[in-house]
Design a protein around this ligand. Sequence first.
Ligand SMILES: [Zn+2]
Length: 313
Amino acid sequence: MTTTKCPSCGTEHAAGTLAKALYICPRCGTYLHIPARERITMLADPRAFKELDRGLVSVDPLRFTDQRSYRERLAEARRRTGLREAVVIGEARLEGRPVVLVVFDFDFMGGTMGSVVGEKIADAFEHATRRRWPVVSVVASGGARMQEGMLSLMQMAKTAAARAGHDRAGLAHIAVLTDPTFGGVAASFASLADILIAEPGAEIGFVGPRNRPDPQRAAARRFPPRRGPLPCRHGRSRCREAGASRHGRVSGRPPQPPQCPARACGACTLRRRCDPQRPGAVASAAMAHGAAGAPCRPPDVPGIHHAAIRTVR
Ligand SMILES: [Zn+2]
């Protein structure tokens, strides 16, 4: 029988017991990680979820090895979770309202954001922008995926740019930050939501527990502080209704005109470029604006992301 140990009180729980308790420890009340599929079932209306980008998989662009190779770690994470990557995105309904859902699975390599995770999140925001739907994200991530090096850090710009486009269209993003939300995920699209909600006990910040030099300073970063995310008061049993009600309150802002980061032309922005020769692959994110007064043009970025993403059936 599969059991899960509560990290706070050490009690071993059978998988069925935890699922019934919505992954809240029945003994001490700690909020534990929820598998992405179960979170979607909890959040979306029954039979209303349609997955997007299911075919995108990570490859090993840097041929990275530490104690074990990246390929081995990916294969093991896929076996353990039944997922292809650390995030699942798709169309869904919350109490009948259409949304795009972005749900992380912490058990897949710590919910880290590599090229495919970044690509799926950017796609989720762009899909939602085309449909004029809000995005609801449920985040659980240790941050960037070190096995993809610099490619992983570039996902911060890519996902933030996609959210910026969604925001300019006047569309809402609600982020539920669960334990833990760290690094490049906390420092990009996750913090760019209109409403940030933190689950009880969630550690949220830039530096994770392994890299903290001083436990007192680390404790000071524990949320919710006075001006942090909203505490999740409704619990996991009512997250669908609560999400739908918040969605109703923040939707319907007027679209904003695109703004040049350098305020040079007023029409350019951070952008992603698709390579027509390789469907499903995305070149990069880059700042694209001309000098003051000069016309803007697409950035001349080599297609280095192509090395990191593959599409499968
Ligand atoms: Zn416990």
